[in-house]
Design a protein around this ligand. Structure first.
Ligand SMILES: Cc1cc2nc3c(=O)[nH]c(=O)nc-3n(C[C@H](O)[C@H](O)[C@H](O)COP(=O)(O)OP(=O)(O)OC[C@H]3O[C@@H](n4cnc5c(N)ncnc54)[C@H](O)[C@@H]3O)c2cc1C
Length: 482
C-alpha cells in the first residue's frame, strides 16, 4: 500500500525516490499524471507546473503534439459560433484571450487576419443576422454584416455569386506546432517530467494511488488527468466509466503553395450547417493557403490518410469560393481526426472520489481553448482534494519564430554576423538555417524524428517537401543523436 501523498515535499518525507532526469517513470510517485501530450495535455501540465507538485506528462508517441494537435486548420477562434452557454463556448472565449497574450509573450506567431462568413445564396444571406445574434450571445461584439460590394472590396478574388458576409475581425491564424511545444518546454523547465514512448496500457486504481502499467514500466500517481484525445474514451473505460465514445471525424485538407497567399486576405468561412462548420479557405502563418477540412465519421482512429474522393470534393468546393486558387500548385495534403463524441460540448468530468478527471471530446476547438481548459482542470483538481499551494511564476520561454509575417533568422544581418549558422540555409524552400536546426535539436523538448524537427523549424515543409534538403536535414538530425 502506498502512503497518501499530496505534495512533492510529503513524497520526499515519505522516503520515496526523487525526481531525477534519468529516472524512468517507475521510480516516481507523482501527485498528478497527465496522460496525453497533445496541445491540451501539454497546456494542463504547464498550468500545473506553477505549483509545488510532482507532475508527469506521458505520451504514447515519441514527441509532444503528435496526435490531432499536429493536423488542424490552426485558427485561433473567437467562439462567435459556439453553442451559447456551453462549456466549450466559455473555454474557447477565455482560451483565445489567454493564448493570444501567451503567444505575444513567447513568440508564437499569430496573425489577426479576421474571418468572413460568406453567403452564397439567399437562404444563407438570410441566416447571417441570426449568426450575428449568436455571436452577441457568445459575448463577441465586434462582428458585423457586410453587403456584396463591401465583401468584394475585401476579397476581390472571391468566386462569382457571393451575396454578403458576416465579418468576424478577431478570428486569427496561429502556429499549431509552436503552441504545444511552448507549453511543454515551459512545463519541463519548471520541473514536469515528460515521458515519451510511454503508452498507458492498463490502470489499477487503489484507495490512494493509481498504478499505471505503461510501455516504459509502472507509474504511480495520486491524481490522474486523462487527456488522451481520440483514445480518452478507452482510458475512461479502463477506469470503469462509460461516459462517452469517441468517433473519429476525419478532416482532410489541401495546402497550396505560397504563391497563392496573395489571393486571400481573410479566413473565408461557409455558413455552417447541421453537418458542421464546412469547408474553408484560410491563410496559414507559414504563408500558404489551406482548403478544407472535410468531415467524415470513421471507425478507425488511425485513418489519417488522404483520399482521392475527398480531395476532388474539396477542389470542387474551393473552385466556387476562390476559383484562381485551383490554378495554384499544391504543396501537400494532410488529414486530422477530431475526437467527436456525438455531443455538442466538451466532455470534461471530474470524479473527485476517484481523483480522476476525463478531458474528452475536445473536438474542433482544442487548440484555441487549451489554456482555458488547463485552468479549468487545475481548478477541478483543487476541488478534488489536491493541495495546490501557492502558484509561482513560470520560467519565461522564447520560442523560435516560424511565422512568415515576422522576422526570421535568415533575414537578420546582425544575428548572422554574430553566428554565421543562421546565414547557412539548409531548407531553401522554407529558408531554414543550420542555426535553427541546431537550436531545435538542442532544445528542452528535442525532436526524435526528422518530422518532429520539421514541426520545430519548417525544414522540409515547403514546395519540394524535403526532396532537396531531406538528406541534409537527416544528416544534421543523425549527427545530433546521442
Ligand atoms: C481537421 C481539424 C481541424 C481543426 N481545426 C482547429 C482550429 O482551427 N482551431 C482549433 O482551436 N482547433 C482545431 N481543431 C481541434 C484541435 O486540433 C483539437 O481539439 C486538439 O488538437 C486536441 O488536442 P488533444 O491534446 O486533446 O488531443 P491530441 O493532440 O490527439 O493528443 C492526445 C495525445 O494522447 C496520446 N495518447 C492517447 N492514448 C494514450 C495512451 N494510452 N497512453 C499515452 N498517451 C496516449 C496521443 O499519442 C496523443 O498525442 C481541429 C481538428 C481537426 C482534426
Amino acid at each position: 500500500m502506498h502512503p497518501t501523498i499530496t505534495t512533492a515535499d510529503a513524497l520526499t518525507a515519505a522516503g520515496l525516490p526523487g525526481t531525477r532526469p534519468g529516472d524512468g517513470p517507475g521510480a516516481q510517485v507523482y501527485d498528478v499524471t497527465v496522460v496525453g501530450a497533445g496541445v491540451v495535455g501539454a497546456a494542463i501540465a504547464r498550468e500545473l507546473a506553477r505549483y509545488r507538485l510532482r507532475t508527469a506528462l506521458l505520451d504514447a508517441c515519441d514527441d509532444i503534439g503528435n496526435g490531432t494537435s499536429k493536423a488542424n486548420t490552426a485558427i485561433l477562434h473567437t467562439g462567435f459560433d459556439a453553442v451559447p452557454g456551453s462549456l466549450e463556448a466559455r473555454l474557447v472565449r477565455e482560451g483565445q484571450h489567454r493564448l493570444r497574450a501567451y503567444a505575444a509573450e513567447t513568440g508564437i506567431p499569430v496573425e489577426r487576419v479576421g474571418a468572413l462568413l460568406v453567403a452564397w445564396d439567399e437562404e444563407q444571406l438570410a441566416a447571417l443576422p441570426a449568426l450575428l445574434a449568436k455571436a452577441e450571445r457568445n459575448e463577441y461584439h465586434a462582428a458585423r454584416l457586410l453587403d456584396a460590394g463591401e465583401l468584394r472590396a475585401r476579397e476581390p478574388h472571391l468566386g462569382p455569386g457571393a451575396l454578403g458576409a458576416l465579418e468576424i475581425p478577431d478570428e486569427s491564424i496561429i502556429c499549431p506546432w509552436t503552441t504545444p511545444l511552448a507549453y511543454a518546454t515551459q512545463a519541463v523547465r519548471a520541473g514536469v517530467q515528460l515521458h515519451l514512448n510511454c503508452r498507458v496500457r492498463h490502470i489499477d486504481s487503489g484507495d490512494d494511488v493509481h498504478t499505471l502499467a505503461t510501455t516504459r514500466g509502472t507509474l504511480h500517481t495520486r491524481h490522474l488527468v486523462n487527456a488522451a484525445g481520440l483514445y480518452a474514451d478507452e482510458l475512461d473505460r479502463e477506469l470503469g466509466h462509460d461516459d462517452f465514445t469517441v468517433t473519429p471525424r476525419r478532416g482532410q485538407l489541401i495546402v497550396f503553395d505560397k504563391l497563392a497567399r496573395d489571393l486571400v486576405g481573410h479566413i473565408l468561412l461557409p455558413v455552417p450547417t447541421a453537418a458542421g462548420k464546412g469547408v474553408l479557405v484560410a491563410p496559414t502563418v507559414f504563408g500558404n493557403v489551406l482548403l478544407g477540412p472535410t468531415a467524415e465519421d470513421l471507425d478507425d482512429k488511425t485513418a489519417t490518410g488522404s483520399t482521392a474522393d475527398a480531395i476532388a470534393l474539396l477542389r470542387e468546393k474551393g473552385r466556387r469560393i476562390l476559383p484562381e486558387l485551383l490554378d495554384e500548385e499544391v504543396t501537400a495534403v494532410y488529414a486530422g481526426l477530431r475526437a467527436a463524441t456525438g455531443q455538442e460540448d466538451y466532455r470534461i468530468r471530474s470524479r473527485p472520489e476517484r481523483r480522476y478527471i476525463a478531458v474528452g471530446g475536445i473536438r474542433s476547438t482544442g487548440l484555441t481553448a487549451s489554456m482555458a481548459i488547463a485552468a479549468h482542470v487545475t481548478e477541478l483538481l483543487g476541488d478534488s482534494g489536491l493541495d495546490l499551494g501557492t502558484p509561482s511564476e513560470l520560467p519565461p520561454v522564447t520560442m523560435p519564430n516560424l511565422g512568415e509575417a515576422f522576422p526570421r533568422p535568415y533575414q537578420d544581418a546582425g544575428r548572422i554576423a554574430a553566428d554565421p549558422a543562421y546565414g547557412t540555409l539548409v531548407c531553401h524552400c522554407e529558408r531554414v538555417s543550420a542555426g535553427e536546426i541546431r537550436d531545435a535539436l538542442a532544445g528542452t523538448v528535442p525532436p526524435h524524428s526528422p518530422d518532429g524537427l520539421r514541426r520545430r523549424t519548417r525544414a522540409g515543409n515547403g514546395r519540394c517537401q524535403g526532396f532537396y534538403c531531406g538528406a541534409a536535414v537527416r544528416a544534421l538530425f543523425e549527427e545530433a543523436r546521442p
